[in-house]
Design a binder for this molecule. Structure first.
Ligand code: THU
Length: 163
C-alpha cells in the first residue's frame, strides 16, 4: 500500500517583539479591527488585517447575525473586502488576532476551514503564498508560510477542470 504524507510547519514567536516593525504594525491594526467586531453572540472578537502586494493594508472583523450561519469570520470579511476593491492586487500577509471576553484564546487561533478554503482560492489564482500571522491573547505568534500549509488536500479548481 502506498501512502501520501504532507507535513505542516509553523514558526513560533514567543513574543510579538520578535517580529519586524511592519508585521508588528499589521498586528496592531488587526487588534484595532477586533474592537470593531460585531460579536454579541459569541463574545469572541476577531480582527484581521491584510497587507497587499503594493503595501496597502486593510482590516476587517467578524460580523455575527442572530441567524447564526449568516455571519462571517474576520478573515473572509477582510479578504473579500480587499479583493472586491483591488482584484488585481495580491494578498501577501494576513494577521489574525482574537480577543475573548469569557473565552480563552491561549492556543493557536487559526482560521476555520471555510476561511482557509476561501483564502486558498486567491493563493492559487495569484500564484503567491499568503503568509499568516496568528496571534493569541498571550501575544504569542504562530506564522504559516502559506494557507495551503494549513489545508493539505484542499479542494482545488483542478478537480473540476473540464476534460
Ligand atoms: N471566527 C472568526 O472570525 N475567525 C476564525 O478564524 C474563527 C471564528 C468568528 C466567527 C464567530 O463570529 C466567532 O468567531 C465565534 O466562532
Amino acid at each position: 500500500m502506498d501512502s501520501l504524507k504532507i507535513t505542516s510547519e509553523l514558526k513560533f514567536y514567543p513574543a510579538i517583539d520578535d517580529l519586524n516593525e511592519a508585521d508588528k504594525e499589521l498586528i496592531k491594526k488587526a487588534f484595532a479591527a477586533s474592537e470593531k467586531a460585531y460579536a454579541p453572540y459569541s463574545n469572541f472578537f476577531v480582527g484581521a488585517a491584510v497587507r497587499l502586494s503594493d503595501g496597502l493594508e486593510l482590516t476587517g472583523s467578524n460580523q455575527e447575525n442572530v441567524a447564526f450561519p449568516s455571519g462571517l469570520c474576520a478573515e473572509r470579511v477582510v479578504a473579500f473586502y480587499a479583493k472586491a476593491l483591488h482584484p488585481d492586487k495580491k494578498i501577501n500577509t494576513i494577521a489574525i488576532v482574537a480577543v475573548g471576553n469569557d473565552v480563552s484564546t491561549e492556543g493557536i487561533v487559526s482560521p476555520c476551514g471555510s476561511c482557509r478554503q476561501a483564502l486558498i482560492e486567491y493563493e492559487q489564482n495569484d500564484q503567491e503564498p499568503i503568509r499568516l500571522l496568528m496571534v493569541n491573547q498571550k501575544m504569542e505568534v504562530y506564522e504559516s508560510a502559506s494557507v495551503q500549509n494549513l489545508l493539505p488536500y484542499f479542494f482545488s479548481s483542478s478537480a473540476i477542470a473540464r476534460k
